[in-house]
Design a binder for this molecule. Structure first.
Ligand code: FAD
Ligand code: DLZ
Ligand code: SF4
Length: 510
């Protein structure tokens, strides 16, 4: 390298059109990619997440080299690897003496702080930090959108994004007349509904090496490596997207909230690891869904439901994460302090719904949205688990987990710990919801219809106890009026019984 730029590409920035690769000069620049112990252990990531990312990084580096780009790839066990972004960047600067360092902003405050310290360090060459151009709403646009809003809501943001992109719009009006087709969606899955066999990918030599490395170094983390089938290249991710669009999208809306034992994929995209690591970008997955709708290959309710997730929720939580600042995850609106029960790390519980969702998580580094929200998350909310412990757990166990997307979902959507900023009410539910949307209860030692007694579904007492103990914070919320009216009609003895049943169950968790 003579006077060229050093371009650091992080593990979740594997996009050829990345801002920091845009003006790459193959004759003068060096792309730096590093596998570092700090990143693999800041939470005990699921082994499949580490393996997916390391293999995807190695394949991405190989692709750049095939283009003629000089890539300095520091493998985890390379001699002299310092184990940190900071150490590896400084070693590379010493090796190459670049004229400047070019970066794309990361997905986490922790890493942004490291990069900003480089910018302030006079011993390093000039550091240029570029916006992440893979999102449909920039951080600045989101901050502008938030200005002056006392009660920001995803729905309003989503409608503005529909207007801005023109997706599913006829002039100023939504196609079909409605912004939302949830009334047609969210059906329970009939027993005989056949679900497509999902595309899983066979390991090549690069992935096989990575799997051996991860088993050796991180095999003690929660999660199995057996059956690893994630795609690790852009071509793999495009094939997974194509399968979703062709075989699953038509029924995505109908069964978006359904759960079935042993099958977390159902009709979901299973594309979030690819989107978040950069193997796919948001625009292309939305355009693929829109084109299926235009060609009559997928109905409006399904396509609108999917666009809402990607253009709406995904962009909204990312905007909020950055707009709220470093302390967003520090609040504890419901004063929840209970430690995370051990079964989160073993899946060893008698509650069939939790056992199923935790087992899916352990075996696949994946659970779909309703499993994360209405089973595992609902339990964490009702049991009053401490936000910091729940956040760290979700960040560790899913192949798609990065703080910008995980934290608002956990802290805001699930735990309502941000005082109702993300969600206008907590997603609290009793066992009846889980029974309606899944086949879990039929395989449980507890009886979902029993409200009290030794075999009563724990979610029932936990639900009413949660409402009772948080009445001072939640009862005035108009969206909670109905359950609080029901609670008010209960006799003092019944409420006492609920408190006692919930306390006995929660004490047993310790
Ligand atoms: P699909 O159901 O097919 O949805 C399509 C896409 O929409 C997803 O790939 C995703 O990119 C986007 N999307 C859907 N819902 C959300 C949402 N609430 N927030 C952001 N994007 C969304 N998603 C992550 O990508 N990483 C996480 O770490 C993460 N943690 C979560 C934690 C909790 C407690 C909850 C309730 C949700 C979390 N989500 C997270 C959101 C959502 O559950 C996953 O994006 C989804 O399950 C990924 O699977 P899929 O690709 O099959 O999604
Ligand atoms: C998640 C992760 C892991 C496990 N390992 C690495 C790594 O070794 N090298 C790397 O560049 N990135 C890794 N990542 C992704 C980073 O944690 C991610 O880039 C930051 O959290 C910022 O989003
Ligand atoms: Fe879960 Fe209760 Fe149903 Fe058992 S009975 S699966 S604990 S909701």
């Amino acid at each position: 390298m003579s006077g060229g730029a050093l371009r650091l590409v992080l593990g979740d920035q594997l996009t050829r059109e990345l801002a920091s690769l845009r003006d790459l000069d193959p004759d003068r620049d060096v792309v730096l990619m590093v596998e570092v112990a700090d990143e693999a252990t800041y939470v005990p990531h699921h082994p499949q997440k580490i393996a997916f990312l390391f293999s995807a990084m190695r394949h991405f580096a190989q692709g750049l080299r095939e283009e003629g780009v000089t890539v300095d790839y520091v493998a985890l066990e390379a001699l002299g690897n310092t184990g940190s972004f900071d150490g590896e960047l400084r070693r590379a600067v010493a090796r190459y003496g670049p004229s400047r360092i070019v970066l794309t902003e990361p997905g986490e405050w922790r890493v942004l702080d490291i990069m900003q310290a480089w910018q302030a360090d006079a011993r390093l060459p000039a550091v240029e930090l570029r916006d992440d151009n893979r999102f449909l709403c920039s951080r600045t646009q989101f901050e502008q959108w938030m200005q002056g809003r006392r009660a920001p809501r995803m729905e309003h943001f989503y409608r503005d994004m529909r207007r801005r992109t023109g997706w599913l719009m006829e002039g100023d009006a939504p196609v079909g007349g409605d912004w939302n087709y949830d009334a047609d969606n969210r059906k329970p899955l009939p027993d005989d509904e056949v679900v497509p066999q999902r595309l899983r990918f066979v390991s090549d030599a690069i992935t096989a090496d990575v799997l051996a490395l991860v088993a050796r170094r991180f095999g003690h983390h929660f999660g199995t490596l057996d059956g690893f089938g994630w795609g690790v290249t852009r071509a793999d991710a495009q094939a997974a997207l194509a399968q979703f669009i062709n075989e699953c999208l038509p029924r995505f809306g109908d069964f978006q909230d359904a759960m079935r034992r042993g099958d977390p994929w159902l009709f979901h995209g299973v594309i979030s690891p690819y989107l978040n690591a950069g193997l796919l970008v948001a625009r292309e997955v939305c355009e693929a869904a829109l084109s299926a709708w235009r060609d009559g290959r997928a109905p409006l309710n399904a396509v609108e439901g999917f666009i809402r997730q990607v253009l709406g929720w995904r962009e909204y939580v990312r905007g909020l994460y950055w707009q709220q600042g470093r302390d967003y995850g520090a609040s504890n609106g419901l004063q929840a302090t209970r430690p995370l029960p051990g079964f989160f790390w073993t899946a060893d519980t008698q509650m069939a719904c939790l056992r199923e969702c935790l087992t899916d998580t352990r075996d696949r580094a994946y659970a779909h949205h309703i499993q994360r929200l209405m089973v595992i998350g609902n339990f964490a909310l009702l049991a009053g688990l401490a936000p910091r412990e729940v956040q760290a757990w979700y960040l560790a166990v899913y192949a798609d987990a990065y703080e910008w997307v995980e934290l608002p979902n956990v802290h805001g959507m699930v735990l309502h710990a941000d005082g109702g900023l993300l969600g206008s009410k907590p997603y609290a539910a009793s066992g009846a919801y889980i029974d309606r949307m899944s086949d879990y209860c039929g395989h449980c030692v507890y009886r979902v219809k029993d409200k009290t007694g030794p075999r009563a579904c724990p979610f029932n007492a936990l639900y009413w106890d949660f409402l009772d103990r948080n009445a001072s914070r939640l009862a005035a919320n108009p969206r909670m009026a109905m359950p609080y009216r029901t609670l008010a009609k209960m006799t003092a003895e019944r409420r006492e019984q609920i408190r006692a049943d919930a306390a006995a169950f929660l004490d047993g968790l310790a």
